[in-house]
Ligand binder design. Structure first.
Ligand SMILES: C[S@@+](CC[C@H](N)C(=O)[O-])C[C@H]1O[C@@H](n2cnc3c(N)ncnc32)[C@H](O)[C@@H]1O
Length: 246
């Protein structure tokens, strides 16, 4: 494993089906974010008229994106270092078609230019060297292929809301699930992409819709089922984006 920082990436081995079911855990926040991210990404793949694309999700976890795009008819590949998460991903793949493999994002087991779309969602802030990972993603991406990302911006507000508030308010938040040092400023990410010959063409913020959180939820330790996320012009907390390989 290439992760030597204090970020705790071992937690993903212990989730089991809680990836898909738990509300007393920050994993429910990830599911709620995905309800916005997945349609956002799908819309853009469709806009590029990529109907039978090969899609690779790097750090795919339990397969939220892979299983969704497989149902839509894409040929999907998902890699992750957590074999236990991949077991859950396979269990929830209703198409039984996704190619899930245990692999390290720094050494993707795919040929140069073999993918039409590569995604890194809630993932780049989990590795020490995101620039190297992005270069590896660019290697497997074909010219004009699409690169999608979602990650967290590094600043005081994201430390307070994404790390400290979640530790305080949501039950079962593992220690060092996120570390501020690995959060990435949008300008840095744009530069990493540029260095990998990926032009970032779109970036938008993503944040919780606070009106969907009942007051009682702040005291219960449980993520409410009603929680929704929304896109926002501000890139202050987390951001979602698309790049095109030149
Ligand atoms: C927060 S989860 C995100 C999962 C998924 N992308 C999603 O949005 O639901 C981060 C994932 O990155 C994986 N991971 C961490 N370091 C990795 C690496 N070097 N190579 C591949 N996967 C890695 C973890 O096992 C975990 O499943």
């Amino acid at each position: 494993m290439n992760n030597s920082s204090k970020i705790n990436n071992d937690i993903y081995d212990d989730y089991g089906t809680r990836w898909y079911t738990a509300y007393d855990d920050p994993i429910a926040l990830l599911r709620a974010e995905n309800r916005v991210k997945l349609p956002w990404i799908h819309e853009r793949i469709v806009a590029q008229k990529l109907k039978t694309a090969h899609v690779l999700d790097v750090g795919c976890g339990a397969g939220f994106l892979c299983n969704d795009l497989a149902l839509k008819g894409y040929q999907v590949h998902g890699i992750d270092l957590s074999s236990e998460s991949l077991k859950v991903a396979r269990q929830y793949d209703r198409t039984r078609s996704v190619d899930y493999q245990i692999a390290d994002a720094y050494q993707l087991p795919f040929a140069d230019h073999s993918m039409d779309v590569v995604t890194c969602l809630d993932f780049l802030e989990h590795v020490e060297k995101p620039e190297e990972v992005i270069k590896e993603c660019a290697r497997v991406l074909r010219p004009n292929g699409l690169f999608f990302f979602h990650t967290f911006s590094r600043n005081f507000f994201s430390w307070l809301l994404v790390i400290k508030a979640i530790e305080l308010l949501v039950k079962n938040t593992p220690k060092d699930m996120h570390v501020i040092e690995l959060f990435i400023k949008p300008k840095e990410l744009e530069l990493y992409c540029k260095n990998a010959k990926i032009d970032v063409v779109e970036m938008t913020g993503l944040r919780p819709k606070f009106s969907t959180i009942p007051i009682s939820a702040y005291f219960s330790g449980v993520v409410p089922e009603s929680l929704e996320f929304q896109v926002t012009p501000s890139l202050l907390l987390s951001y979602l984006g698309m790049g095109i390989k030149s």
